[in-house]
Design a protein around this ligand. Structure first.
Ligand SMILES: NC(=O)c1ccc[n+]([C@@H]2O[C@H](COP(=O)([O-])OP(=O)(O)OC[C@H]3O[C@@H](n4cnc5c(N)ncnc54)[C@H](OP(=O)(O)O)[C@@H]3O)[C@@H](O)[C@H]2O)c1
Length: 298
């Protein structure tokens, strides 16, 4: 049961995030739906209340494509909420056109990684003071194809939609690894997960979703072989509630995603490359102050 425990889920108005919110609401948690679209979020809140019977469900505005919005969301949570026991960094955008966030970052990297990075760090003290508590980073098996391209840090020279998504998901994994190490001894755990291939709105910017033929003829066959949002939410839910994962802070155990995908990648090298990457970003970009004063990496 989650009675008396507060859970924040980003991107909880649809897909995996909404199903995660519904399940955790049924278990009695106080659920905060951290979403960018008020109309969609209030509709999801209504559905979740109706289906769970739990009225302790709340919408708080969060646009991960705006560092200002992330800061004001965190400020509100830090002042209004006594405790935060679970932070689920679930929101994501995949293969969109070359868009930039309010702060000038390529959209997929900005939303999937940077926004969540800042959010996690701003809520870290609250999570620590609420321990035992948990952070869950929803990554993807796509991280396996991710790379760190020092010559094209913000995708300005070349933008490949699938590569940019994979790179952002790799950043989720690398962040999770460093975070889980840093959190040892604090009572806060961090797990990165791959939810599987799930029938959600994540493909909204891909050719498949835009094509009438694909959606009407191929779609019904394709959807038979992928997970439903409810099935896709199970790994996240497991990380949020499983007693087996209570207090697990060893990175080897903490990164479920790597275990699932039996990755052969040299994560040690990748982490150190990533730190260099972040430093380069910091030197080259206008505002990466989000990285200062949080982990001591700079
Ligand atoms: N579905 C899959 O097969 C799959 C596979 C591997 C990993 N994942 C990961 O699973 C997570 C959930 O995705 P999903 O499949 O449930 O996709 P989805 O149905 O498209 O849901 C994505 C959620 O993220 C929100 N979001 C997007 N941009 C945002 C922003 N700037 N600020 C705040 N929220 C934002 C969306 O809000 P709006 O509705 O307002 O846009 C939506 O609530 C993502 O991190 C995704 O990368 C999914």
């Amino acid at each position: 049961m989650l009675k008396g425990r507060t859970v924040i889920i980003t991107g909880a108005n649809t897909g995996i995030g909404k199903e995660t919110a519904l399940d955790l609401a049924k278990r009695g948690g106080r659920i905060i739906l951290a979403c960018r679209d008020e109309k969609k979020a209030l509709k999801a809140r209504k559905d979740i209340i109706l289906q769970s019977g739990n009225t302790d469900i709340h919408f708080r505005h969060l646009d991960l494509a705006s560092l200002k919005s992330v800061r004001s969301f965190a400020e509100r949570i830090n002042s209004e909420e006594d405790k935060v026991h679970v932070l689920i960094n679930n929101a994501g955008i995949m293969r969109c056109p070359f868009w930039k966030t309010e702060d000038g970052f390529e959209m997929q990297f900005g939303v999937n990684h940077l926004g969540h990075y800042l959010l996690t760090n701003l809520l870290r003290a609250k999570l620590q003071s609420s321990s035992p508590s948990r952070i869950i980073n929803v990554s993807s098996i796509a991280h396996e194809r991710g790379k760190i391209d020092f010559e094209n840090l913000n995708s300005e020279k070349d933008y490949q939609t699938a590569e940019a998504y994979a790179n952002s998901k790799l950043a989720n994994v690398l962040f999770n690894r460093e975070l889980s190490k840093e959190l040892q001894g604090t009572g806060v755990t961090a797990n990165a997960v791959h939810p599987g291939i799930v029938n959600t709105e994540i493909g909204r910017y891909t050719g498949f979703h835009k094509s009438g033929f694909s959606m009407t003829i191929l779609g019904p066959i394709f959807w038979l072989f992928v997970k439903s949002p409810k099935q896709g939410a199970q790994t996240t839910i497991h990380c949020a509630i499983s007693e087996d994962l209570e207090m697990i802070v060893n990175p080897r155990n903490a990164v479920l995603l790597e275990k699932r995908t039996k990755s052969q990648r040299d994560y040690g090298t990748l982490v150190s490359n990533w730190l260099v990457y972040i430093r380069q970003m910091y030197l080259n970009q206008v505002d990466l102050s989000i990285y200062v004063g949080t982990t001591g990496w700079l």
